[in-house]
Design a protein around this ligand. Structure first.
Ligand code: ADP
Ligand code: MG
Length: 490
């Protein structure tokens, strides 16, 4: 760099026309070389990320067979633990009345209350209240008691203010938990139990008993049947509206899947045998891993520098937590090796996780002629100014490659799941998706849908219906409460 500055000084002082022309040529040549190198980085990244239909099918088949294996073996050599998380009735769509739910989200929880009037009517009178959990409860308590007492007290307060005239249908309370990927400093006693839920499904019952004791103690006349992952609540919601609902997918910061399995398929020992109702399996697809996955050098370094190297490989390709970070890593390499943003690497570009997926989506979906939104985001987030439209276009292109790959892999995952259920050819299957990534990132959603269409063709793709979960985050708890309605017709 110094050299060029020196040359420039010489040139301007000498001010020879010839010198300037040489300099311009030099600059241009050097610029072109860098430009070409930048293009090479981008092309290689796009190639390594490619997800042609044949590859998607290999991945779908691998997921289907890993699921099968996970259902019969309880060992941990399989990367999918396939946890049976819920045996109970799911809603029929006939339930009606006022329902209450709690959605515990780490540092806060939601109290949700809504009216259901059967599947032909939309959910109405939906009210939500977010309550922060005091930090001393999260830090100090080594038991779940303090946390549950706090929730019960807050719920009692809420009902006394809002609900004198209404009674929760059958006194049922739905209770769901959404744990963010970056573990929130959750009440340690709760966190221990919640994590062990993935190994031992009796813990869910234990938690339900504890919350029920707290409710009773604080005079809340409601009962929790089971404490489950939020995604299971979404599946209950899907079922409420359609008998053909077979799975729910959460696509936000993290990713989760819950689906209905037939008990005959599960041959590993269950701690509790299903008596009545349906069997919901928590497919931990975040952990899905296969040599078939289109991993690039950027994914490898992201993983090795993450807090859980080697873990949650699929999630690191598809979820909202990571998409922007992959983009940042590609841009950093282009800045370092091809001077994408000029001679100096913008310092902020080195900060991990600074680019979040909503900003990535905004840049990606920028349709203005000169990529004005990209320009604005680069300034706001990375303090990069003076970019040319051509550079901004490259930035948008990197976002496109990352989003396209992630979305198509989700599509392959869904097709793999439907295939495992043997429903591709002859049955309709509804899959409910909830989460900010799916809800707000339009191009991502379009790529996801079109990958399913490409994999199945126009005829079979009619069998797989992907729907957005309409109740919003945490509202699955309402449908879970409805699952416990004694007599649907009333
Ligand atoms: P959580 O996963 O914490 O339950 P949400 O389901 O609301 O939260 O999803 C939030 C996540 O969705 C964000 O962390 C982000 O990754 C992603 N997201 C939200 N809005 C957008 C958007 N406009 N574009 C892309 N991704 C988004
Ligand atoms: Mg969510």
């Amino acid at each position: 760099m110094r050299k060029e500055v020196a040359v420039a000084v010489v040139v301007t002082t000498a001010a020879t026309v010839l010198g300037a022309a040489v300099l311009v040529r030099q600059w241009k040549r050097r610029g072109e070389r860098r430009w070409r190198h930048g293009q090479r980085i981008l092309r290689k990244f796009a190639r390594d990320s490619a997800t042609p239909v044949a590859k998607l099918w290999h991945i779908a088949n691998q997921l289907a067979s890993d699921m099968q294996e996970g259902l019969i073996s309880s060992g941990d050599h399989n990367n999918l633990s396939m946890l049976v998380s819920y045996h109970a009735p799911l809603p029929t769509g006939e339930e009606g009345g006022i329902y209450y739910g709690i959605n515990l989200r780490g540092t806060n929880f939601l109290i949700i209350r809504a009216r259901l009037d059967g599947k032909n009517e939309p959910v109405t009178e939906i009210r939500r209240k977010e309550v922060s959990i005091p930090s001393q409860i999260m830090v100090n308590s080594d038991s779940t008691k303090e946390l549950f007492d706090f929730i019960a007290i807050e719920l009692a307060k809420y009902i006394s203010v809002h609900g004198e005239t209404e009674i929760a249908r059958d006194k049922k309370l739905g209770f769901t938990v959404s744990i963010p990927v970056v573990e929130a400093p959750l009440s340690s006693g709760f966190a221990v139990k919640w994590n062990s839920l993935y190994v031992d499904n009796t813990v869910g019952k234990e938690l339900a008993n504890e919350i029920n004791q707290a409710l009773k103690k604080h005079g809340v006349e409601m009962q929790v049947y089971a404490v489950v992952n939020d995604t299971i609540g979404d599946l209950a919601g899907g079922r409420y509206y359609s008998k053909e609902s077979v799975a729910a997918v959460t696509l936000g910061m993290g990713t989760y899947v819950a689906y209905l399995e037939s008990p005959q398929q599960i041959s590993k020992p269950l701690s509790e045998s299903p008596k009545s109702g349906e069997t919901v399996v928590n497919l931990q697809w975040a952990n899905f891993n296969s040599s078939l996955l289109p991993l690039t050098e950027f994914d490898v370094s992201l993983d090795s520098e993450s807090t859980n190297p080697g873990g949650r490989t699929f999630e690191k390709l598809i979820s909202g937590m990571y998409l922007g970070e992959i983009v940042r890593r590609v841009l950093l390499k282009m800045a370092q090796e091809a001077a994408l943003f000029g001679d100096h690497v913008p310092p902020k570009l080195r900060i991990p996780y600074l680019l979040r997926s909503p900003d990535m989506a905004a840049m990606h979906q920028d349709t203005s002629e000169d990529y004005e939104i990209v320009d604005e985001k680069l300034k706001d987030i990375f303090e990069i100014s003076n970019t040319t439209p051509m550079v901004r276009e490259i930035v948008a292109e990197v976002c496109d490659v990352v989003a396209e790959r992630g979305a198509r892999l989700v599509g392959a995952g869904i097709v793999g799941l439907v295939k495992k259920l043997g429903r591709i050819a002859n049955k309709k299957s509804v899959i409910t998706i909830e989460g900010g990534l799916y809800e707000h990132y339009r191009v991502f959603r379009n790529y996801l849908h079109s990958s399913v269409w490409e994999m199945l063709g126009s005829e079979l793709s009619d069998n797989v219906v992907i729907e957005h979960f309409h109740g919003g985050s945490g509202a699955g708890s309402i449908f879970l409460a409805a699952s416990q309605t004694q007599n649907a017709h009333s």
